[in-house]
Ligand binder design. Sequence first.
Ligand SMILES: [Zn+2]
Length: 294
Amino acid sequence: MTVRKLGGATIEKVEEICGAGFKPARMFPKFNQEAFDAQKSWMVPDHVEPGSDRLVGSVHTWIVKTPRHTILIDTCLGNHKQRTNPGWRNLDTPFLNRLKACGCPAESVDFVMCTHLHVDHVGWNTQLVDGRWVPTFPNARYLFGKREYAHWESERGRQGDGKVNDGSFDDSVLPIVEAGKAVMIDSDHQPDPLLTIKDYPGHTPGSIAINLKDGGRQACFSGDIMHHPIQVYHPDWSSQFCTDQEMSARSRRQLLEDCVESSALLCPAHFPGANAGTIKRQGEAFRIDWDDAK
Ligand SMILES: [Zn+2]
């Protein structure tokens, strides 16, 4: 496990699962084979499965430690949760032990931040104890975007109990609210002097990125504004999971522009391999220079 340092803060990735998923033509409605093939040489095998072309994705959390706080950004899928996707159903991973091995036992977490409320970003918010879903991180405040929460709460009214985001709103978000541990935030909220939040709506209505800044350097935790590094080269390729395809593409381009301007280390939620990199302009789009630390 590699600890990246940024000023007085540290960044560490903890993986829950990693593997090949969708074929790119299914993932991206605007997929173009020729454009994909032009990048394939560096994408195989870390980012694209050899032979099948299926996209490789990781589900991981980011531990950010500042001089004042321990923060978890996105909480993966969680254990014992009943999901439609067989690869995500009833998991039993040693994720909490992996956190502990990084010097991050559950009790040490001060803030849990979710970039958005999809099923693979909220799972470890709760764990099953005596048949009930209870907060996993007993001393943490869980920060949910106000707009994001309001959207899924209203979807629950429309879709019914236990349906929203494959059940995760009911077993991984509502129990946090009911336990009084949730704080609904706007993008001007600053949980730590080194952290700021910016809105990038489109993947979901309230998707945010979290910026860490210290010592003249910056990192950007961008959730699912991009799922796969091919989207750095083709920012117009929104995923089939984006609520608003056009808005998501605009936000993605804005995020990439912002990363170029700030020279931020981009830390998305699902990039496997080196997991993070810096963004440079390239023609009408961008490229990623991977950060060597894995
Ligand atoms: Zn995701």
